[in-house]
Write a protein that binds this ligand. Structure first.
Ligand code: ADP
Ligand code: G6P
Length: 577
């Protein structure tokens, strides 16, 4: 139903919510603020939707923005970038991002349960940070809006948001109980730190108006954000006609608040693991319930969607359909939407004078030598040690290639406050040193290892230079590096060696697929990639490039938003692609 009282002329509003805002904010020595828009995948993905919709991005603006400067920062963010900030205290942000998101969900979703450090205080913080997001989004949104929540940092947000805008959700009650349960296992001081850090803990009663139950006898210290307190002394509830589903009741209450017809989408950029892995998570029910209040839930691959649905069946006992799940009278549609990149950024970037001259310099430097490129965040899911082991085996078995091939491995520093990432860094340093020590000479080093982010021009020149690209992720939601390499190879037609455990392997037909745990077959694939004839390389590349050009980031964003629009009964956002 159209939620704005039938006013066709009203522009459709799209609110995108992600943990990070797509703008990097810094302050110089003179106290002046600088804003830099990032050019990442999501930003490109939404360019299609922006043409036809009014668009706002809500997210965390980063640390170190003092209270006194926030008015200024907020105004500029909104006026210049359509961004709206959610401020979190440093400690809350740290426990939410490093703690729950990257020490619990990230390893589990990438099949590393051994790296998962479940800590109840991190769960409290995750829940609290999601709550802060929900408060900001619920204040911002109005009838008929579409809210698109991104990724594993915000999996409780759909439920909390629904609960805040409508005041009716059994799940709110359930999460509150869970909060009580985990509180018992956590040091009181930690609870006070995590929950007491922000002044809004008991504030959300303010949002309680027209027709929403209000409890005025809640224990001190209890989190009061939920609008679905059990009926009791001092509570009032709206008079619902008999037989309404929870969804219909939610919509009734939301309508009184001018917030009905809000459609919520969620997209997971990581894998969703098999239910056998997922069920290890102590708060497995809460996370599933957190996203089930969506109208549309998207994954990169069919397997991730299937794992999600079977987790809902096995953990929540819900019946599912191949394309979704009915829950509390609402149908949460579940679908597959593989993301892409904007290949023209690389094709055109390559034409730039600066990139061409850098490419020439690199070609001279590596004359007579083949180049394999690896580009990864320094993350244990990227299989960098496996890649290095495979190179070692390859050079051992094919000594004729020593001095004739180099691996340029760019490793972008990532999540350096998390212990597993520190351990990985030490492990990679050690391996690179050992392999270079073994095969290197004064004139030649087989591995060129850079632990830093490199500028776009340098990255494009490196991609164009390389005869092969090696992606060895042990799990990866999609892996866009493979797409970027293919887009930069219109001249050389280099070989793409790709892990079968990356989401991209489902789409990039024309790659040499490997199991990165099988060191011998990866070493063989390196050999195959280097020895492949030009005709075979060209025909592989053509297939790959056709795919990458068709399934772009913009096509992804537009397809998802169109589907969400369709579910709301509103007109589509515009053609995909
Ligand atoms: P993830 O999302 O897990 O980081 P992707 O492969 O999907 O993995 O995306 C990685 C992005 O980070 C790509 O756009 C890639 O160009 C960029 N990137 C990775 N390493 C570097 C580096 N050393 N310097 C600059 N950019 C990098
Ligand atoms: C993955 C996640 C993203 C995240 C990115 C970089 O792609 O799915 O949500 O933004 O990695 O990680 P970072 O922790 O630096 O944001």
């Amino acid at each position: 139903p159209q939620a704005d009282g039938g006013n066709d002329k009203k522009e459709q509003r799209l609110i995108v919510v992600s943990n990070r805002l797509p703008v990097t904010i810094s302050k110089d020595a003179n106290g002046e603020y600088h804003f830099k828009m990032s050019s990442g995948g999501l930003v490109s993905a939404l360019s299609g939707c922006k043409k036809t919709m009014s668009f706002t991005w809500i997210g965390w603006p980063g640390k170190d923005i003092p209270l006194a400067d926030r008015d200024h920062v907020n105004k500029r963010l909104l006026a210049e970038y359509n961004c709206y900030p959610v401020y979190l205290s440093d400690e809350l942000a740290d426990r939410h991002y490093n703690g729950f998101s990257n020490s619990i969900l990230w390893p589990l979703f990438h099949y590393h349960p051994g790296e998962m450090n479940f800590d109840a205080a991190h769960w409290l913080a995750y829940r609290e940070a999601n709550m802060r997001f929900a408060e900001v989004v619920s204040n911002f949104c109005q009838s008929g809006d579409m809210v698109w929540v991104q990724d594993y940092h915000l999996m409780l947000l759909p439920m909390l948001l629904r609960s805040m805008i409508s005041g009716e959700s059994a799940q709110g009650e359930m999460v509150r109980k869970e909060l009580g349960r985990v509180k018992e296992g956590v040091d009181d001081e930690v609870v006070k730190d995590v929950l007491g850090m922000q002044p809004g803990v008991a504030q959300s009663g303010e949002l309680d108006d027209e027709g929403v139950e209000i409890l005025d006898d809640v224990d001190e210290g209890e989190v009061l954000h939920m609008k679905d307190k059990p009926a009791g002394a001092g509570s009032r509830r709206p008079h619902f006609p008999r037989g309404l589903s929870t969804f219909q009741k939610q919509e009734m209450v939301a309508k009184e608040k001018g917030k009905d017809g809000i459609r919520i989408g969620f997209f997971l950029h990581t894998p969703f693991p098999s239910s056998e892995i997922y069920r290890v998570l102590p708060v497995r029910r809460e996370i599933l319930l957190g996203v089930l209040q969506c109208d549309l839930i998207g994954f990169h691959t069919y397997d991730y969607a299937r794992h999600f649905l079977s987790s809902c069946t096995r953990i929540l006992g819900l019946q599912t359909q191949p394309n979704g799940i009915e829950f509390e009278g609402r149908y949460a549609q579940v679908g597959t939407y593989p993301i892409g990149i904007e290949p023209m950024q690389f094709v055109e970037g390559l034409q730039k004078e600066k990139v061409q001259s850098r490419l020439k310099a690199l070609e001279t430097r590596f004359q007579g030598c083949k180049v394999i490129i690896g580009v990864d965040r320094l993350d244990y899911i990227k299989g960098i040690p496996q890649k290095l082991h495979a190179l070692e085996v390859f050079l051992t078995q094919h000594p004729e290639w020593i001095g004739k091939v180099v691996l340029v491995q760019l490793a972008i520093p990532s999540r350096q406050d998390v212990e597993e990432y520190q351990n990985l860094r030490a492990c990679v340093n050690e391996l690179v040193g050992r392999i270079n020590g073994r095969f290197g000479t004064v004139e030649f080093m087989p591995i060129h290892y850079l632990h830093k982010s490199v500028p776009f021009e340098e990255l494009t020149a490196m991609y164009a230079l390389a005869d092969a690209c090696l992606v060895t992720s042990t799990r990866d939601g999609m892996n866009l590096v493979a797409y970027e390499y293919i887009s930069s190879q219109s001249k050389r037609h280099g070989s793409m060696v790709l892990s079968e455990f990356a989401g991209a392997a489902q789409s990039l037909n024309g790659s040499i697929l490997i199991n990165p745990w099988d060191v011998q077959s990866t070493a063989d694939a390196i050999h195959q990639a280097l020895e492949m004839g030009p005709e075979q390389r060209k025909s592989n590349w053509q297939k790959l490039f056709n795919y990458v050009s068709k399934y772009t980031a913009e096509a992804w964003g537009t397809t998802f938003v169109n589907e969400l629009t369709r579910l709301s009964g509103l007109p589509p956002a515009g053609p995909a692609g």
